[in-house]
Ligand binder design. Structure first.
Ligand code: GLA
Length: 350
C-alpha cells in the first residue's frame, strides 16, 4: 500500500474572535505556511507518529485516552478516521510543519484535518470538506477535551492559501472573500507563545455559557448591544463577555462589507476596535501584545489586532502593500522578539 500525502494551510483570523462558539460570524484566511502529513495504513490499532519540530516520535494505541501529549491530535484524528470508515486500523504518520505551534495559527486543526484528508484520499472516499471539519472539531472537543468552536477546522479544510472565508458558525454557510492587492494582512508572531489547553480558553467558554444563561440565549453574538447594556443585575464580567461577542459579530459583518467596498480604512478601524474589545471586554490579550498592536498602528498600519484564541501568539495588521517592508523594519526595531510569519492579500508573492 502506498502512503497518502496531504498538505493543509495554517490560518489567520482577520476578525471575529471567540464568536465561533457563541453563534456568530468569523473571517479567517488561509496562509501559505502549511503542514504536510504522510499517512501509511497499518493492520493493528496502533499509530506511530513522527514530527519534525515536535519532540521526535511516539507510538500509541488507538484505544488510549488523550494524555496531554503532542501526539493526542494525531491519535484522535485516526480514531475519527476509523469511525468514519476512512481507515480500518491504525497508521504510520510523518508530519512536516512550518506553522508555529502555540501561535494562534491553527497548527492543531491543520494537523487533524490533514490526517483526515489523507485518510480520505487513501480510501478514495467522497466525504465533503465540511464533514471533515466537523470530524476534526469532534477530535478537539470529545477526544482532547478542548471546547473550541468550528472556525479553525472549516478555515483550513475549505480555504486555499490567500483566500478569506466569511463563515456563519451557526449555520456553516460561508462565502469566499477576495482580499485586496493594495493592502497586505501581515501576520507577526509576538515572541510570546500560549497553549489553549492551559485552561484560560475553557474558562472563557464557561463564562460565555454563564452569560448565555443570564441573558437567556445560546447565541451571545445575536444579542442586541443595547439590551446587553440595559439588562439589570448582570455580573459585570459576564456583561463584558456578552458585549464582546455581540459587538465582535457586528464588526465581522461590517468588515466583510468594507472589504467588498474596498474600504480598507474602515476595515482597519474595525480591527482596532476588535483588539480593544478583546483586551477590555473579553480580556484575552497580554501587555506585550497590546504594545505590539499599538506600535504596529503607530508605524502606519491601518489597523492591527491580536489573532486567535489569545494570551500570546500572533497579531495581524493591515498595511499598505507598497510600504510593507519599511513598516515591518520599523516595527521589528521596536519589538526585536517579534517575527514575520506570513501575509495574505497584497501583490502575489514572487
Ligand atoms: C481558537 C479556537 C477557535 C476560536 C478561536 C478564538 O483558535 O480553536 O475555535 O474560538 O480560538 O476566536
Amino acid at each position: 500500500m502506498q502512503a497518502a500525502s496531504m498538505t493543509v494551510p495554517g490560518r489567520v483570523n482577520l476578525i471575529g474572535e471567540h464568536t465561533d462558539y457563541n453563534g456568530g460570524m468569523v473571517l479567517p484566511a488561509a496562509l501559505s505556511v502549511a503542514l504536510t502529513v504522510n499517512l501509511l495504513p497499518r493492520s493493528d490499532r496502533r499509530i506511530s507518529v513522527s514530527a519534525r519540530g515536535y519532540s521526535g516520535s511516539a507510538e500509541r494505541s488507538l484505544d488510549e485516552p488523550a494524555q496531554g501529549h503532542w501526539s493526542d491530535p494525531s491519535v484522535g484524528a485516526l480514531r475519527e478516521a476509523v469511525a468514519l470508515g476512512l481507515l480500518q486500523d491504525g497508521a504510520d504518520i510523518v508530519i512536516r510543519s512550518d506553522i508555529p505551534a502555540g501561535s494562534g495559527l491553527s497548527s492543531s486543526a491543520a494537523l487533524i484535518v490533514a490526517i483526515l484528508k489523507a485518510a480520505r484520499l487513501q480510501a478514495g472516499a467522497d466525504i465533503g470538506d465540511l464533514d471533515i471539519a466537523l470530524a476534526a472539531r469532534r477530535v478537539e472537543n470529545d477526544y482532547i477535551g478542548l471546547p473550541c468552536g468550528i472556525m479553525d477546522q472549516v478555515a483550513v479544510a475549505v480555504a486555499q492559501p490567500g483566500q478569506a472565508i466569511a463563515l456563519d458558525t451557526a449555520t456553516l454557510d460561508y462565502e469566499l472573500v477576495e482580499l485586496p492587492r493594495s493592502h497586505a494582512m501581515v501576520v507577526l508572531h509576538s515572541g510570546h507563545s500560549r497553549r489553549l489547553s492551559d485552561g484560560r480558553y475553557r474558562l472563557r467558554k464557561e463564562e460565555c455559557d454563564a452569560a448565555g444563561q443570564a441573558f437567556a440565549t445560546d447565541a451571545l453574538c445575536l444579542l442586541d448591544p443595547v439590551a446587553i447594556e440595559n439588562a439589570p443585575d448582570i455580573n459585570p464580567i459576564l456583561r463584558r463577555r456578552a458585549r464582546h461577542c455581540s459587538t465582535e459579530h457586528r464588526r465581522v459583518l461590517a468588515a466583510r462589507d468594507a472589504l467588498a467596498a474596498n474600504d480598507l480604512a474602515t476595515f482597519g478601524a474595525l480591527m482596532n476596535a476588535s483588539h480593544a474589545s478583546m483586551r477590555d471586554d473579553f480580556e484575552v490579550s497580554i501587555p506585550q501584545i497590546d504594545a505590539l498592536v499599538a506600535d504596529a498602528v503607530e508605524c502606519g498600519a491601518l489597523g492591527a489586532r491580536l489573532t486567535g484564541g489569545g494570551f500570546g501568539g500572533c497579531i495581524v495588521a493591515c498595511v499598505e502593500d507598497t510600504v510593507r517592508e519599511q513598516w515591518l523594519e520599523r516595527v521589528m526595531e521596536l519589538h526585536p522578539k517579534a517575527r514575520l510569519i506570513d501575509y495574505v492579500g497584497g501583490e502575489p508573492k514572487g
